[in-house]
Design a protein around this ligand. Structure first.
Ligand SMILES: [Zn+2]
Length: 93
């Protein structure tokens, strides 16, 4: 789970392009359109390790499989924005 820090800085919005406005996810509760966090329920994480000659282990790769739901939340007021999750995924680069 990613940790989200809430800092109370006030930002002046000055470069919103009208063409992009329709695509932006905006929290209906507080108007936040910048900070979001995602929570995945029931995740199985598989990590592959090699054991070194001195007995220590080095991780080679990890693989996570989400079994439960993945939910999206507002980073400011924690409103449930899961209905925007599909758009969030489409706009994730
Ligand atoms: Zn919000």
């Amino acid at each position: 789970m990613k940790k989200v820090t809430n800092n109370a800085t006030h930002r002046i919005k000055c470069k919103l392009l009208p063409g992009n406005l329709a695509m932006r996810v905006v929290c209906p509760d507080c108007g936040n359109d910048t900070d979001f966090y995602e929570v995945a329920e029931n995740v199985i994480m598989t990590t592959h390790y090699v054991q070194n000659e001195d007995g220590s282990f080095t991780p080679l790769s990890d693989d996570s499989q989400v079994i439960g739901e993945v939910r999206l939340y507002c980073g400011h007021c924690n409103a449930d924005l899961t209905k925007y999750h599909r758009r969030f995924m489409e706009m994730l680069f």
